[in-house]
Design a protein around this ligand. Structure first.
Ligand code: AP5
Ligand code: ZN
Length: 207
């Protein structure tokens, strides 16, 4: 099963990815998590990406496409994968298509901008695993600690309200066009069109 999770920053892609990957036994490929790991490790890519990410802008298509192409050749991707936060631009989606990667389903999680601002301010993450919590909506069992490892949770540098607004603008300009890209592909009944699934992301995490 090869799935793309599409949605604005804070729509709940990472949160739902935890359940979907468990159900299908496939790895989560979050380009955001991969970049954050590179930043933390201080690799040349991480050094380059940090300023871009902190400003809420997108890292260049070439870098991202290279990262993803390499990642999907790894052994754990044999039975598929879940993309979280990729593709994020039309050139990224085209690169995937040109590489002959057939996607089974595109799942759009739709949440209004106002709700997203509320979610981001309360988000806390476990840097080691990418597990995501919310102070009110999805609280960890012990305050400030990851449920599995007991390690400290942190707030992401790009979760400041002003930067979240910039990220939402970037999403509407550069990523939202992928909605009609994938919907149109299926409607035109062209070969290898992925199934398009719309989810109103407004219920609880379990909903
Ligand atoms: P990335 O890490 O992908 O961030 P994002 O897309 O902005 O998405 P988020 O991780 O912020 O949100 P999410 O949808 O995963 O929500 P979550 O589940 O955490 O990218 C970061 C940066 O990296 C980008 O800005 C860019 O610079 C770069 N980058 C990454 N990929 C790239 C690419 N392909 N091309 C170029 N650049 C790239 O949930 C949010 C909060 O809400 C949590 O606190 C959660 O607990 C809570 N929550 C979740 N569901 C619910 C619910 N139903 N009700 C209430 N609260 C909920
Ligand atoms: Zn995420």
């Amino acid at each position: 099963m090869r799935i793309i999770l599409l949605g604005a920053p804070g729509a709940g892609k990472g949160t739902q990815a935890q359940y979907i990957t468990e159900k299908y036994g496939i790895p989560q490929i979050s380009t955001g998590d991969m970049l954050r790991a590179a930043v933390k490790a201080g690799t040349p890519l991480g050094v380059k990406a940090k300023a871009v990410m902190d400003a809420g802008e997108l890292v260049s298509d070439d870098i991202i496409i290279g990262l993803v192409k390499e990642r999907i050749t790894e052994a754990d991707c044999e039975n598929g994968f879940l993309f979280d936060g990729f593709p994020r631009t039309i050139p990224q989606a085209d690169a995937l298509k040109d590489a002959g990667v057939v996607i089974d389903a595109v799942v759009e999680i739709d949440v209004a901008d106002d709700e997203i601002i509320k979610r981001m301010s309360g988000r806390r993450v476990h840097p080691g695993s990418g597990r995501t919590y919310h102070l009110v909506f999805n609280a960890p069992k012990v305050e400030g600690k990851d449920d599995v490892t007991g390690e400290d949770l942190v707030q992401r540098a790009d979760d400041v309200e002003e930067i979240v607004r910039d990220r939402l603008n970037v999403y509407h300009d550069q990523t939202a066009p992928l909605i009609s890209y994938y919907k149109g592909w299926g409607e035109a009944k062209k070969p290898n069109a992925p199934k398009y699934v719309y989810v109103a992301g407004v219920g609880t995490v379990d909903d």
